[in-house]
Design a protein around this ligand. Structure first.
Ligand SMILES: Cc1ncc(COP(=O)(O)O)c(C=O)c1O
Length: 549
């Protein structure tokens, strides 16, 4: 029995190792990943039956995840797991090294290189990146602005302000002023009530906005209610940034399931509330399925309970406000500061705000809450210190290009982009709904279209077929599904996606696997109960990638 399970763990590790690599590096040349994949797939397929039998046996006796954890702690099993892990990491390292064509620079050149040489090297490195970025892109999300003039404008303004720093507002009042205007313009979109004094700051991206809001909410509620063991309630569909916040700020997470429409389950939220709940976290829309959580109900709950309510509008902040005129049964429900319980919102300007990467906005319903994100030091030998965001010095260039992007788009530009995305999402959804064997997830029409297979065919095989045609979709778990995030850069490829998707469905009904595909590994890794092994392996894989790219 032990030997059986040890072998099963080994398969588990091989499979997950490959999975982690491929998901961490979706756009890389697939060569080195394939080597690893073949290794993992062979191991996996050989012992799959053993694993199944073992799991079935364990299921009958104890909870499978506990059994795996126990087995992992046995010295013999631990040794096998470690050996297998080392082999996977070594193979990854070797394949990364052999895939890198450019000689690595590991120390400063004695004298500085010429401008021409540096530009040539940068161009060679860029040559290895995904090519079809800005038009008919087959990437889910990733690239948002497709208009060349718009991107050139952002780049020019960035260059003009790249040296500035809002920390030194006396030297660079320009970028301080631009930050204020970005916050004003964004908040106007997200509140129907101009009496509300919404305030905020610009941050470096969605994750920083979320981290900042969660820390401010924790400190605000802990301070006002005298709580020492804070908790927050998040849906299973909340973005992974909430786990980062929980780790950083020592907040216990209570996870609640989604309802049948993929929205945060209100009854489960009510059940999860405790005296020490400092925050309920909602999304508009969610990353996995593009559904808008029931923020209206959550607002009432937050008001009654006296806790904060954050709305993650990283994706929706510059899209949903422009869709209120759409006549459709899946109308956009209220999700913003027009609901009195909403205390903070994160809105990404570097996504549908069409600024270049490195910019987002965090907004609060009251100035008091914003103060809880500041750091002020009164007795530092370096002088009196105040900083509004986690970063100390910040690039004024990122603020300036965001400001330029917003002014260039204007209300009409955002509105047109939002309606184009809505039309693209509607078309893709209707095509999926009309395709036998596929089923949509979620009811709202937003930029994310998610689906799974309704018949016996394997969604991950479907993904393999689409990958072989150049598509890069998001692979989801719990439930197994795929999604495509529509942006102006991939909008013109929707018809091709529909055609490829339909033929892929037909093919997936006859195919068990695609040669070189990832379906067996995804299936196995997503189905296994022991997430601890996967979490640990992900960290080691990240090390190898950071050290060897
Ligand atoms: C709903 C949602 N929230 C937060 C984030 C995190 O944003 P970022 O990658 O800019 O940190 C994402 C990213 O896709 C998202 O979709």
């Amino acid at each position: 029995m032990i030997a059986l399970l040890a072998r099963a763990s080994l398969v588990h590790l091989s499979a997950c190792g490959w999975l982690c690599l491929s998901s961490l590096s979706p756009l890389r040349n697939q060569g080195y990943l394939n080597i690893l994949f073949i290794h993992a797939a062979l191991l996996c397929l050989t012992i799959l039956n053993v694993l199944r039998t073992a799991c079935t046996m364990l299921h009958a006796v104890v909870r499978p995840e506990l059994a795996f954890t126990f087995l992992r702690s046995l010295p013999g099993v631990r040794r096998i797991v470690e050996r297998s892990k080392r082999q996977i990491l070594l193979e990854l390292e070797v394949s990364l090294k052999s895939g890198a064509k450019e000689q690595k620079i590991c120390e400063l050149p004695t004298s500085g290189l010429s401008v021409e040489d540096i530009l040539k090297t940068a161009a060679r490195l860029k040559n290895g990146d995904y090519k079809q970025l800005f038009y008919a892109s087959k990437l889910t999300g990733t690239i948002y602005a497709s208009d060349t003039r718009h991107r050139d404008l952002c780049n020019t303004v960035y260059c003009d302000f790249a040296h500035t720093n809002p920390l030194h507002s006396d030297a660079f009042p320009s970028v301080g002023r631009m930050e204020l205007e970005i916050v004003h313009m964004t908040s106007r979109l997200l509140s129907s009530d101009s009496r509300i004094e919404i305030c905020g700051t610009v941050t470096s991206g969605g994750t920083e906005s979320i981290l900042t809001a969660i820390r401010a909410s924790r400190d605000f509620i802990c301070h006002t209610k005298g709580i020492t063991n804070p908790e927050m309630i998040v849906s299973l569909s909340a973005h992974a940034a909430v786990y980062k916040a929980a780790e950083y700020f020592k907040i216990k997470i209570r996870r609640v399931p989604m309802d049948e429409n993929g929205r945060m389950n209100i009854l489960a939220v009510k059940k999860a509330l405790r005296r020490q709940t400092v925050l309920v976290y909602a999304s508009a829309p969610t990353y996995p399925h593009g559904t808008i959580d029931p923020v209206d109900d959550l607002s009432n709950i937050a008001l009654q309970h006296g806790c904060c309510l954050h709305v993650d509008a990283c994706l929706g902040g510059f899209v949903l406000p422009f869709l209120s005129d759409v006549e459709h049964e899946s109308r956009v429900p209220k999700f913003d500061f027009s609901l009195p319980g909403v205390t903070s919102m994160s809105v990404d300007t570097h996504k549908y705000g069409y600024a270049q990467k490195g910019s987002s906005v965090i907004l609060y319903s009251t100035a008091i809450m914003r103060q809880f994100q500041y750091t002020s030091v009164a007795d530092w030998s370096g002088g009196l210190y105040i900083s509004p965001t986690p970063a100390g010095s910040r690039s004024g260039g990122l603020i300036a290009q965001t400001w330029a992007a917003m002014l260039h788009m204007g209300y009409e530009g955002y509105s047109k982009a939002a309606h184009d995305i809505f039309a693209g999402a509607k078309k893709l959804r209707e095509a999926i709904a009309a395709t036998e064997g596929l089923e949509l997830i979620g009811t709202h029409i937003t930029m994310i279209v998610a689906w799974h297979t309704s018949t016996g065919s394997n969604i991950y095989v479907l993904n393999d077929i689409l990958t072989s045609k150049g598509w890069r979709l998001a692979v989801l778990q719990n439930p197994k599904a795929l999604h495509f995030c529509i942006t102006p850069a991939n909008l013109s490829a929707i018809d091709e996606l529909i055609t490829d998707l339909r033929s892929a469905v037909r093919l997936s009904q006859t195919l068990k696997t695609v040669p070189g595909g990832k379906a067996p590994i995804y299936g196995l890794a997503h189905g296994l109960p022991d997430r601890g092994v996967i979490k640990a392996l992900l960290k080691d894989v990240q090390d190898v990638m950071l050290n060897n790219m």
